[in-house]
Design a protein around this ligand. Structure first.
Ligand SMILES: Cc1cc2nc3c(=O)[nH]c(=O)nc-3n(C[C@H](O)[C@H](O)[C@H](O)COP(=O)(O)O)c2cc1C
Length: 393
């Protein structure tokens, strides 16, 4: 069995999978599932003192393309779930204390997520979770459900200097490792991560989900509740990989946690290859259940075995050197396509899309004219039947 353990400062995680703050860590039923899931840690639903953020809109969920909810299926999950409904004192002193005790029996670490709105509330929340047994603290500087004039969540997360000062003040009050959760929109996440690290962050999480809007064109109003929601899905993985590579190139000097977009174990492996040393996952747990973690751990171990890797450090960041700058991507390699008639369903999508008019119907079969074919691979990329073969000329 390969060693899946990773470290964030002085805290050892038994594997790289952390269940992110959100619905999967909401309430005691889900927390129990987190503890028994084999994940190394879970992040509590974010604690805050803002009363309206403790109340939940109903309804608060919308899923675009629910039919695509299968591993790798590109649906979007849209929600206005706000923050922890339990007042911080009650949560930290009663619930979290219990969760920590139970979690430690299973070697699961508890990361307390907090969101202050001013220096006093950041300080109070930091002290509360430190005194009540959290293993680490995560600063929610990406929550999309905040008022424009409210310096927390994504409003604070857009301001690198405010992120620096929040990190600096929290770090001065606690001996616990602190994770900065970095916003992925409207700001350069690498710049924000850098300032969080200047302020003392022991790890940074790249990145959270986006803020989005669904509009009903009949009523001309947003669906359900009349506002904007958190918006994301597995399609975010490609963007997260980009930020992980950029973070590796910037040599930030602290562990990087891969965030949004994980839909399968391949995403986890790819985040690690792009420089993450652990990952946080939320949406996939919502749609597949906590049980998916055990399967992913088996799949990651099998992949590591097949590659001969014995620890996460053996391959974390290994793909970064393989990513070419745009000017070094070759522009003159000759390729071409051919269509296998036995697999072709004659949907004609490739023919209609081909910018070179290289695909025609000959004797009721689709045929590629090699003189016209540019070798761009659009036809093969669009073919749902895998009927287009692609070869080097
Ligand atoms: C319904 C829902 C509720 C969430 N609530 C929180 C929260 O309370 N605090 C927080 O820091 N992030 C919260 N998040 C963000 C997740 O922790 C995570 O960063 C984000 O969903 C991206 O990861 P994913 O693509 O695996 O879902 C929430 C996400 C969802 C979908």
């Amino acid at each position: 069995m390969p060693d899946l353990g990773v470290k964030i400062k002085n805290v050892t995680l038994k594997n790289p999978i952390i269940i992110a703050s959100g619905t999967p860590t909401y309430g005691p039923t889900n927390v129990k599932k987190c503890i028994k899931s084999d994940a190394a840690a879970f992040v509590t639903k974010t604690l805050c003192y803002t009363e309206w953020l403790q109340k939940q809109p109903r309804p608060r969920w919308h899923v675009e393309h629910p039919e695509a909810i299968e591993e790798g299926g590109y649906f979007s999950l849209y929600s206005t779930e706000r923050l922890n409904p339990t007042p911080p004192e009650e949560y930290a002193r009663k619930k979290m204390k219990e969760y920590v005790k139970e979690a430690h029996d299973f070697d699961v670490k508890v990361i307390a997520s907090i969101a202050g709105t001013d220096p006093q509330t950041w300080a109070k929340l930091t002290d509360l979770v430190t005194e009540n047994g959290a293993d680490m603290i995560e600063l929610n500087l990406q929550c999309p459900h905040v008022e424009k004039n409210q310096p927390t969540g994504m409003i604070a997360g857009r301001d690198p200097e405010l992120c620096y000062s929040i990190l600096d003040s929290v770090k001065k009050r606690t001996p616990l490792p602190v994770i900065g959760k970095v916003l992925g929109e409207g700001v350069d996440p690498i710049k924000v991560a850098g300032r969080m690290i200047d302020g003392g962050a022991d790890a940074v999480l790249l990145t959270g989900r986006y803020q989005g809007l669904y509009l009903n064109i009949e009523t001309e109003k947003p669906i359900h509740w009349g506002g904007m929601g958190g918006y994301g899905g597995f399609w975010q993985a490609s963007i997260t990989r980009k930020w992980l590579v950029r973070a590796s190139e910037a040599n930030l000097g602290v562990p990087i946690i891969g965030g949004a977009g994980i839909g399968g174990y391949e995403d986890i492996v790819s985040y690690l290859l792009c420089g993450a040393s652990s990952v946080e996952v939320c949406t996939a747990i919502i749609v597949f259940g906590h049980k998916i973690v055990k399967r992913w751990l088996r799949q990651i171990s099998a992949w590591m075995d097949s590659k001969g890797y014995s620890s996460i450090a053996d391959f974390s960041g290994r793909a970064v050197k393989n990513i070419l700058p745009p000017s070094q991507i070759p522009g003159d390699t000759p390729y071409a396509s051919r269509i296998a008639p036995e697999s072709c369903q004659k949907c004609l999508r490739c023919m209609e899309a081909c910018p070179y008019d290289a695909i025609t119907v000959v004797d009721k079969k689709l045929v590629v004219n090699l003189e016209r074919c540019d070798g761009c691979r659009l036809c093969a990329a669009l073919c749902g039947q895998g009927a287009v073969e692609f070869f080097k000329r």
